[in-house]
Design a protein around this ligand. Structure first.
Ligand SMILES: Nc1ncnc2c1ncn2[C@@H]1O[C@H](COP(=O)(O)OP(=O)(O)OP(=O)(O)O)[C@@H](O)[C@H]1O
Ligand SMILES: [Mg+2]
Length: 478
């Protein structure tokens, strides 16, 4: 872990005075919208606000819209996840490999099916989008017909809706569309008819294919991999994208061998590669000379620790700019990166707590309460007793100690707590639990949860408590 001695403790009062109440839009990690953008461009009451001290939400929004950024060259979209840059540094080899596999489609031949693997934020979706753009530009009018259909399986619930969505992407008019309520066989036949009507080579990109399989099994993939047998005028090739490297282990052998005809692995980026990616994006996004030395390096170093995730690196850069704007600064400094990192971590932690199963939430709240009282490690026996009391107060049937012990392990693997084995002489061994998240953010987040609210205490915002959050020995995803 690199040493950043000047880091602001996560619990230190935030000079922006921001709270989660001011920043409610915390999206899942993989799909994060820039936190703070809604409040960050111009702090309420900021001296640079063109409308002075806006008192209503409307005035605040007006002031944000009217305030010109001193930092951004133009649109902030350049730093967003959805923006596809013209160049993808350090992915040249993967671009070439994907293009090589799919190129036969340009000559009217059917390429091999392709599976793309790699951890989150390694550029899989961006590379396929770029190859698609390049291939579409090269299809000649009147030449062999090539159609890309790209779907994110994370948004698709059932095999029915997958086949329906694929089919409907070829529907020319409303009556051609596949409605809901048909049998699966009928949807499949209608989808094949629509594809044949289009003809040519169809490249079906199934992004986050592992989520489809986890949700609905592999039958639908079998159906798709067999589809060419039933097509007359069209030929389909499958491109699966997954960040679960082992997901094909769970597939039926036939499906696995069909999907695996070609495989491309995307390795994580290292810190130097992330710097190149960020520098290029920063040049496009910001006015000249406003990014201080050390900013890009620091964003890259943090993201390299997070499995080389380019999305995380870009989020940090974007949030650093927003922190600078909140400070009405003319330049982005390494301190803004530290603030951005703390903000990002807090938001991720809060989101993580909110999505825990109910008993796990009660357990975490029991742990935080005990920890807050003791400011020291708490033993699992005590934690279980407090959990039981809280669960009963909430009218829940407490789970057995065994299940709670599993939940302790789960909270530990999420990086929210740390449990160490301690010996109690003849009393045997037990686990001592330390909290690894900032109480000042996490407790109010849990207390705002409808499940916990009845047992939560009113607390004043800004109440700061000591935690191990900045303990350099802490482990876990944060
Ligand atoms: N080499 C690169 N150059 C510039 N930007 C990149 C590069 N690689 C990734 N990015 C950017 O990082 C973000 C994440 O990339 P992308 O969505 O392609 O990752 P992914 O591998 O599909 O991740 P996931 O598995 O979470 O879907 C995007 O905004 C993308 O534009
Ligand atoms: Mg992706």
């Amino acid at each position: 872990m690199p040493n950043f001695p000047e880091e602001t403790p996560a619990d230190a009062p935030d000079s922006s005075g921001s709270t989660n109440a001011a920043n409610p839009a915390v999206a899942p990690v993989g799909d994060r919208r820039p936190t703070g953008e809604s409040v960050g461009a111009s702090a309420p009451g900021g001296t640079s606000s063109p409308v002075g001290n806006p008192s209503s939400a409307g005035e605040l929004l007006d002031s944000i819209l009217q305030s010109k950024s001193d930092l951004f060259r133009g649109s902030r979209e350049v730093l967003r996840d959805t923006y596809v840059p013209n160049r993808l540094p350090h992915r040249e080899q993967q671009i070439r490999s994907v293009a090589e596999v799919l190129a036969p489609a340009l000559r009217g031949e059917v390429p091999s099916n392709l599976l793309i693997y790699g951890k989150i934020g390694t550029g899989k979706t961006a590379v396929v989008a770029q190859v698609r753009q390049d291939m579409e530009r090269r299809t000649e009018p009147g030449g062999s017909r090539l159609t890309f259909v790209a779907l994110n399986c994370g948004n698709i619930d059932t095999p029915y809706s997958l086949l329906q969505t694929i089919g409907n992407s070829f529907a020319k008019a409303e009556p051609d569309r596949i409605p809901t309520g048909w049998s699966l066989d009928r949807v499949q036949a209608a989808m094949a008819r629509l594809m044949d009507a289009r003809g040519g080579t169809i490249v079906l990109v199934l992004d986050e294919i592992d989520r489809l399989v986890a949700r609905s099994g592999d039958n639908v993939l079998y159906t798709l991999s067999e589809l060419n047998r039933g097509l007359d005028q069209a030929r389909m090739v499958l491109v699966g994208i997954s960040n679960d490297l082992k997901f094909t282990n769970h597939l039926d052998a036939r499906v696995r061998s069909r999907l695996n005809e070609e495989k491309i692995l995307f390795p994580p980026y290292d810190a130097i590669q992330l710097q190149d990616i960020l520098r290029e994006r920063a040049r496009e996004a910001f006015k000249d000379g406003i990014v201080d030395p050390g900013v890009v390096e620091r964003c890259a170093a943090y993201a390299a620790l997070e499995n080389g995730d380019a999305r995380r690196a870009l989020a940090l850069l974007r949030l650093s700019a927003e922190m600078a704007e909140r400070d009405h600064a003319k330049r982005i400094t390494p301190d803004h990166v530290v603030k951005a990192k703390n903000r990002l971590e807090q938001d991720i932690i809060v989101e993580c707590c909110r999505t825990l199963p109910p008993h796990c939430k009660v357990l975490l709240y029991a742990i935080l309460q005990s920890y807050e009282r003791r400011r020291n490690g708490v033993l699992t026996g005590e934690v279980y007793d407090s959990y039981k009391r809280l669960a009963e107060r909430l009218g829940l049937q407490p789970l057995h100690a065994r299940s709670i012990s599993n939940y302790v392990s789960e909270l530990e693997s999420l990086g929210l707590i740390r449990a160490t084995i301690v010996s109690r002489g003849r009393g045997g061994r037990t686990r001592e639990i330390l909290v690894d998240v900032p109480l000042s953010e996490t407790m109010p987040a849990l207390e705002e949860d409808p499940l916990i609210a009845p047992i939560g205490r009113p607390r004043s915002r800004g109440q700061m408590l000591l935690t191990n959050f900045d303990n350099p020995n802490r482990t876990g995803p944060f």
